[in-house]
Design a protein around this ligand. Structure first.
Ligand SMILES: NC(=O)c1ccc[n+]([C@@H]2O[C@H](COP(=O)([O-])OP(=O)(O)OC[C@H]3O[C@@H](n4cnc5c(N)ncnc54)[C@H](O)[C@@H]3O)[C@@H](O)[C@H]2O)c1
Length: 347
């Protein structure tokens, strides 16, 4: 999967799963002239029909069986927007039928499934990448650049706070480890991206707060040891009404010379030591480096990166072989929460 032959365009695309998240995909993808939506697959055909009408995908057939749809349409790309429990079947089917796949997070519900999917992708010679849309925000790129440019010195500690209170309804209400499995994957992947570091071990405490409208695990706190001795602390809850953080988390990065904060939205602050004496050393505020604006952000950013990578034959940023490291953080955190022990992160 390191380099792929360049593919012809437009790509013939089948979308599997036509629920809530498809709007984030199709508001960009349906506009692209290099994508031809030839099929819409959902267990509930009425969901596919709704999406077809909403995004004017009149060339697309509607069906309930992915394998049949790929064969009937001669598709070469599958977009997987199904629920997490269906990702393994959808991805294995798509690869076995000769398609590249861009799929929703999380890659899989278990590491065993994820490894099977990676092996299938590598054996097929097709590209399989995962949506990690929070890498495609102008300010995460800028915040990361503060660290890469050395403004706060070598990174020692990274903290992320995630406090929101969404009342989704649907599959999440009954899902086990709902925060860790469905949401924290974004924050863990962001931490790897911001710090250019990989996970080593984790201790996690997970609980469901009294009054939670979720069945399991709406809150969690994790301490990760990362490569280069970095400690990444995650505090999260999906059951925290009032004074909510950004979906992209509120971040504090501490380096040997200073600290940077990002509120997950528009504000980045940097302060670094300038004095060498005194009880508290003198610090100065620094302007974060200016980074070029992204051409596309969020889902559009990942989709664009994936499609352009297919055209040029390069490896997409969120390729499954890298994304499994973020997924491994999730599953190690779950194992730690269940066992009450610190767990090594394997991938
Ligand atoms: N990247 C993000 O920011 C983000 C945000 C929300 C959801 N998601 C992810 O998107 C995925 C879908 O979430 P959603 O909120 O759209 O869920 P949803 O329940 O609204 O929609 C899922 C759709 O998939 C269909 N489906 C289920 N199993 C299927 C199968 N085997 N084959 C075909 N269709 C099937 C369902 O009928 C439904 O129409 C999940 O993996 C979720 O974690 C990502």
């Amino acid at each position: 999967m390191e380099t792929l032959p360049a593919s012809p365009t437009p790509f013939r695309v089948v979308l599997a799963g036509c629920g809530g998240i498809t709007r984030s995909w199709l508001s960009h993808a349906a506009q692209r002239t290099d994508l031809d939506f030839v099929g819409l697959v959902d267990l509930l055909p009425e969901n596919a029909a709704k999406v077809q009408a909403q995004f004017g995908l009149s060339n697309a057939r509607i069906g309930t069986d992915l394998a049949e749809m790929i064969d009937a349409t001669n598709a070469d790309v599958v977009f997987d927007c199904t629920i997490p429990a269906a990702h393994k079947t959808v991805v294995l089917t798509a690869l076995a039928h000769g398609c590249h796949v861009l799929g929703e997070k999380p890659l899989a519900e278990s590491m065993a499934d994820a490894r099977e999917m990676l092996a299938a992708a590598q054996a097929s010679g097709k590209s399989y990448a995962v949506i990690q849309n929070r890498r495609y925000l102008d300010n995460i790129v800028r915040f990361r650049e503060v660290i890469r440019a050395g403004q706060i010195g070598p990174l020692t500690t990274l903290n992320a706070d995630f406090y929101l209170a969404p009342h989704f309804g649907g599959f999440r209400d009954a899902m086990e480890h709902v925060l860790l499995l469905d949401m924290a994957i974004h924050s863990f992947d962001q931490a790897r991206y911001i710090a250019d570091a990989d996970p080593v071990s984790v201790y996690c405490h997970e609980w469901n707060p009294t009054g939670s409208w979720y069945a399991y695990g709406a809150s969690a706190q994790c301490i990760f040891e990362m490569t280069n001795g970095l400690v990444f602390n995650y505090r999260g809850s999906w059951c925290a009404e009032g004074l909510q953080t950004a979906w992209a988390c509120a971040w504090r990065a501490i380096g040997q010379k200073g600290t940077a904060r990002w509120d997950g939205e528009d504000e980045i602050q940097v302060a670094a030591v300038v004095g060498s004496e005194g009880f508290l050393r003198e610090t100065a505020q620094l302007d974060p480096p200016v980074t070029p604006a992204l051409e596309f952000t969020n889902h559009a950013g990942v989709i664009n990166e994936f499609i352009e990578s297919l055209k040029s034959g390069r490896v997409p940023q969120t390729v499954c072989t890298d994304n499994i490291k973020s997924l491994a953080m999730v599953h190690a955190a779950i194992e730690s929460a269940e066992s009450g022990r610190k767990v090594m992160v394997g991938f």
